[in-house]
Design a protein around this ligand. Structure first.
Ligand code: CDP
Ligand code: MG
Length: 152
């Protein structure tokens, strides 16, 4: 069992796509184990996107990500980090495959609706950046025996 961090970016909230996006993760069999709405500050943006702060396009990314409310969540499931990234699709919505979230809903390189951790270290770092241990609510859905075999 693995946990990953997702962020429904300001374009996702403004375009009223929160429900559709969360439905995709739920339908796949992933569990939402923490969730909150917040406004990202410039300081938090720099921590979240530390690897990109020096890039020429970072200022416009910071303007975008701090420009409206976002929803942060922790998603749990088998191979959740890879599965969520594949469900998001390529970074640029114009290149993301149809059937992925970005491929189906985004026509932008920046406004690509959802962030997902790109590996185990990023997932641990990002979860702890947005959530305290006491804000995570693990549970076993009663439907689990009908989602996968017991030995999977
Ligand atoms: O989110 P992902 O890991 O797929 O892409 P990234 O290369 O790590 O970039 C992080 C985020 O920066 C992207 O999801 C875009 O929202 C944004 N971005 C941008 O504004 N301009 C670019 N030239 C590239 C990325
Ligand atoms: Mg990335």
């Amino acid at each position: 069992m693995e946990r990953t961090f997702i962020l429904l970016k300001p374009d996702c909230v403004q375009r009223r796509l929160m429900g559709q996006v969360l439905t995709r993760f739920e339908s796949k069999g992933l569990n939402v184990v923490a969730m909150k709405m917040l406004r990202i500050t410039p300081d938090l943006a720099k921590q979240h996107y530390a690897e990109h702060v020096e890039k020429g396009w970072y200022p416009t990314l910071e303007g975008f990500i701090t420009g409206g409310p976002v929803v942060a969540a922790v998603i749990e499931g088998l191979e959740a980090i890879r599965v969520v990234r594949e469900m998001l699709g390529a970074t640029n919505g114009l290149q993301a495959a149809p059937g992925t979230i970005r491929g189906d809903f985004s026509s932008s390189r920046q406004m690509n609706l959802v962030h997902g951790s790109d590996g185990p270290e990023a997932a641990a770092r990002e979860i702890s950046l947005y959530f305290g241990d006491d804000e995570i609510c693990p549970y076993v859905p009663t439907i689990t025996p009908w989602m996968r075999a017991a030995d999977e």
